[in-house]
Design a protein. Structure first.
Length: 136
């Protein structure tokens, strides 16, 4: 299976950096029936954290988040790459960006059961060039 890059919408949710806060948010999303393709959580400093979520259906997520009273930011663009797992899969994607002289804001990659997935975040002014470099 060749790598396939696609454009996705992602949303950020600011949360306190305390036990159970990510669970509370994700439980509300689960209750709404919205499927998430990617969730990344990290501390942002000062006792705060952030969740970055990629919903399968952005419009359904936005409506559900508003109804649940979640503090969700506006939709932003990211790239999602999927393919077969292999040694160096992440390095191959990063080389394509290096060859295009593009810088990432952040990325997260994982593999499981023979599949590889990677989400990549860029500054808005770099996004279109990155999408082109990765064929999205």
């Amino acid at each position: 299976m060749a790598d396939k890059a696609r454009r996705v919408d992602y949303f950020t949710i600011d949360i306190p950096d305390q036990p159970g806060e990510a669970f509370k948010v994700l439980a509300k999303i689960k209750e709404s029936g919205v499927n998430l393709e990617s969730v990344t959580g990290f501390p942002t400093g000062g006792g705060k954290g952030q969740l970055s979520v990629v919903p399968e259906k952005a419009d359904k997520f936005a409506s559900a988040a508003k109804a649940a009273g979640l503090p969700v930011g506006a939709a932003k663009k990211a790239l999602f790459v999927e393919g077969s797992d292999r040694t160096g899969a992440t390095a191959e994607i990063l080389k394509r960006l290096f060859d295009a002289r593009l810088n990432l804001t952040a990325f997260n990659a994982a593999s499981s059961r023979g599949k590889f997935g990677m989400i990549l975040w860029f500054k808005p002014e770099t996004f279109e060039a990155a999408a082109k470099a990765l064929g999205a």
